[in-house]
Structure formats: C-alpha cells, structure tokens
Design a protein around this ligand. Sequence first.
Ligand SMILES: Nc1nc2c(ncn2[C@@H]2O[C@H](COP(=O)(O)OP(=O)(O)OP(=O)(O)O)[C@@H](O)[C@H]2O)c(=O)[nH]1
Ligand SMILES: [Mg+2]
Length: 524
Amino acid sequence: MPVRSDLRNVAIVAHVDHGKTTLVDAMLWQSGAFGAHAHVEERAMDTGDLEREKGITILAKNTTVRYRGPAAAEAGEPDGVTINIIDTPGHADFGGEVERGLSMVDGVLLLVDASEGPLPQTRFVLRKALEAKLPVVLVVNKVDRPDARIDEVVHESTDLLLGLAADLHEDVPGLDLDAVLDVPVVYASAKAGRASLTRPADGSMPDSPDLEPLFATLLERIPAPTYDEGAPLQAHVTNLDASPFLGRLALLRIRNGTLRKGQTVAWARADGSLQNVRITELLATRALDRVPTAEAGPGDIVAVAGIAEITIGETLTDPDDPRPLPLITVDDPAIAVTVGINTSPLAGKGGKGHKVTARQVKDRLATELVGNVSLRILPTDRPDTWEVQGRGELALAVLVEQMRREGFELTVGKPQVVTKVIDGVIHEPIERMTIDAPEEYLGTVTQLLAGRKGRMVTMANHGTGWVRMEFMVPARGLIGFRTSFLTDTRGTGIAFSIAEGHEPWAGPIETRSSGSLVADRPAS
Ligand SMILES: Nc1nc2c(ncn2[C@@H]2O[C@H](COP(=O)(O)OP(=O)(O)OP(=O)(O)O)[C@@H](O)[C@H]2O)c(=O)[nH]1
Ligand SMILES: [Mg+2]
C-alpha cells in the first residue's frame, strides 16, 4: 500500500487538565508556526469564550505544524513532515468529541499527569484508541511538578494498558496484544516545552532542551497515512465549523483519491442519498489559520465550504464510483434535562432583543445538533419544551450557558438519567468514579456513595495519607453529588467519573432533602 511519509495525523488525549492544550502550544512554537515576536495567547487552541473562561477545552480542534527537525531527515523527509494534531477535551462530558477526533488520526499521544496518574478519562480515551487499533505513545507530562511520582505513574499506566488490552481481547478481533503493550514512554514538561526518553528525577526537568525527542518518537511510532493507489475519492466528514465569511465548514479526512477546488463530487448523505456538489472553497490548516489550497490528497485533513447541510459522518466521494464510508457513532447520552421557553411572569423582561419564542428555541437546539454528535433532542408533550440528552451535567450546562449568552430566556428542568430497556428490563447508565481523599474521610466517602447506590471496585493507599477509591455508581446518584462530596471532605476530595455502560435499575435513591428557590420579581 502506498504511504504518505510526509504526513502524520495524531490526536492528543488525556484526562482533564493533564496538559494537552499546553503541549500543542509548545509544538506550535517549536515548529516555527509563529514568528519570534508574535503575540499568541497561552493555550492558543482554546478559542471559545467559555473555554478561555473556564480554562478547559470543550470542542476538539485541529492544527497543523510543519516539523523540520533532525528526525524528519532521518525519516527520509529532509524537507519536513506535516503533522496534523487534534487537541481533544479531557472532561468526560465531552467524550463524544474525543471519539470523533480519533476518527481523523492514525495514532494518539496519551498524556498522563506525573503526579495524578491515570484517571477515569485516561481509561476512557485509551479504551477508545485501542478499540480503533490506534498505536499509542505514552507521554508522562508535568514531570516538573514537585509532587511528581514518575515511576509509579508509568507503572499505573502500563497496568491500565494491560488491563484494557485483556478486556478488549475478546471484543476486538485482530487486536495485536504485543503491539499494544509495546508502548514508548516520553517524559515531558509541556509547560517548559521539554521532553526526554530518559526518566528525570521526580520534580525535575527532562534533560533535553526542547521537544525533539517527542517529535522523533512521534514520527517513528505514529504510522504515516496509507491509501489505495488509484482508488476513487473518499473524504470523511469528521467535524464541523463555521466561518463568518464562508458559512458552514466541513472538516474532512481524505482516505483515498484527490480533492480539488472547483471539482464536482458526490455527497453521500446520512440518509443514503447521493447529491452532486461543487467544491467552491477548499482550505488547509496552517497553525491556527485556514488558508485556501488548490488540492489535497490521501491522509490530508482539509475544510470544505459551501455545502450548507453537510453533517458529521457523511462522505464526499466520486460521482462515477461512489463509495461512502461508515457513519460515525458515539456512546449514548446518559443525562437529560427539559429545556423550554421562559414561562415565568418575568418572561421577556430580561432585555431588548431577548429570544423568548418556542420557534427560536427550537431552531437554536436544532443548530446545536448539527455539530454536536453526542447530544440528542426529543419532543415532549408540551409544544414549547424539549428534552435535551447529553453525556453529563456539564455538557448540558455549557449548552444552556451558551444559549443564555446569546440572549435566550429558558426554563430548564431538573436533570434525569436516560434509561434503556434491555431484554425487557429497565437499565440505567452507570458511572465509574475515582475519588482521591485524605484517609480520615474514607468512612465518610464510602457512606456518601453507599447512599447513592455506589459499589466500591478498588481501593489503593499510596502511603501518603491519601487513598484512591473506585466506585461504580448509577449516573443518577451523581446528580448534585459534588456539593455534598466537597462539604463532607471539607473541600479536600477530588472526584472524577466516566460512563461505563448500563446496568439494571438500582432502586430508589434519596437525593434531595431541601427545597428550591423561587423568584417572582426582579431584584432591585
Ligand atoms: N507544572 C506543569 N504544569 C503544566 C504542564 N503542562 C500543563 N500544565 C498546566 O496544567 C494546566 C492545564 O493545562 P491544559 O493544557 O489546559 O490542560 P488540558 O489537558 O488541555 O485540559 P482540558 O483540555 O480541559 O482537558 C494549566 O494550568 C497548565 O499551565 C507541565 O508540564 N508542568
Ligand atoms: Mg485542553
């Protein structure tokens, strides 16, 4: 099979805050993406307002660097290698973004914080990567942290890899266990832009002055895209974006063939129909910008403008020999809230130009569905209210906050879990929850979780006065959990959770013992 050896497509995946976006910054700077005096914000890829405010990544985004360091020549590409990097969100509620990001790439950099070690989202993203048979490079990041425990974290990560590989062995035919376990380890400080293959002492910097060892490992371990010689065009829509000038942009990974500006291609739609469309604008990514380009080949990630209704999972293909690629599926939503128009006596008093009608809310929700594959919107028995389903509370809260800023007035219901009937039995979503807390709160935490139908799976004592516990808990038990948890552990506990499929309904859970706050007039 022919190979695009001048190209690599890689996704950076990790638990929340382990340093993905910071690492992308360093890779951009060191490949000369910005001029020496350019003013670029930290975490340049986090461009959304809410992303900058909250300091987290919400949407997966792509960037491109042109790497010309010594390892490029060694890989037989003295002119440099183009690396497409997908920065993914680490928060579990945006897991759908990660799954989608993985459909664009040929391998992943798995970041693990040198002090925190692997956490639930690490497990989730690693599982997805292994299911997709993507090679993994383990990057132990933040080795400079004074509380780093590098050796232990490497062991915990390889244990996780081993456990997952054993789990998946049956479900994923053709999974090569030896290849899975042969994972290179790079030690990094993304913040300092340094990496090494040699383990630094806990809390000290990697011995190389830059990221060269990481780039070299990436070129060696992440396979270059392959394609079928002479095969017809197949370009997969893996993400959507909007440009103020060009309207909707479809982000495509080209699997086979060539896509040219001005060309007429067949658009294979999700409903199975085919429609001829012209490529009026073709854009490549250069660092943080999209620039016009004349053509793109196999392995390239490009954006196409001008196809108004195109959505994720669809294919642009050859009209004479159409070969649509499979649609992209992601895990089912776990949490639902009702969102409706503002029915309070204060409706419309929020300000001029506020959006208050059912039509406006409905259209806005419909727009959100287009770019967000992990959301679902269902009608309710009221014409002015809809049920919005998502992965978790934060995903739904982000949507509601976004709409509020756009001037919508909304009534939002209490979160509920999305149940499923399997073999005639009601099943509910289950979360795997990891909790770090000081030893003295062990009893309190266990009791708190027990009240929410949580079941302890493992417990580890690092010998530092802190314990790490893992529970399986019904998702509904976690609604409003955080507040009680923080109060009960006096603000010291850290809790993370991630969806783990469905289990039979666990019975009633007592969640709320206090009342609610009602307002019927504006504050003065
Ligand atoms: N000490 C230290 N801090 C780091 C390092 N890399 C990142 N950080 C810090 O860790 C925090 C989180 O970094 P981000 O790059 O936003 O993490 P992320 O993985 O992109 O987070 P999400 O996208 O929200 O999942 C920031 O405050 C960074 O400055 C590192 O190598 N050493
Ligand atoms: Mg980020």
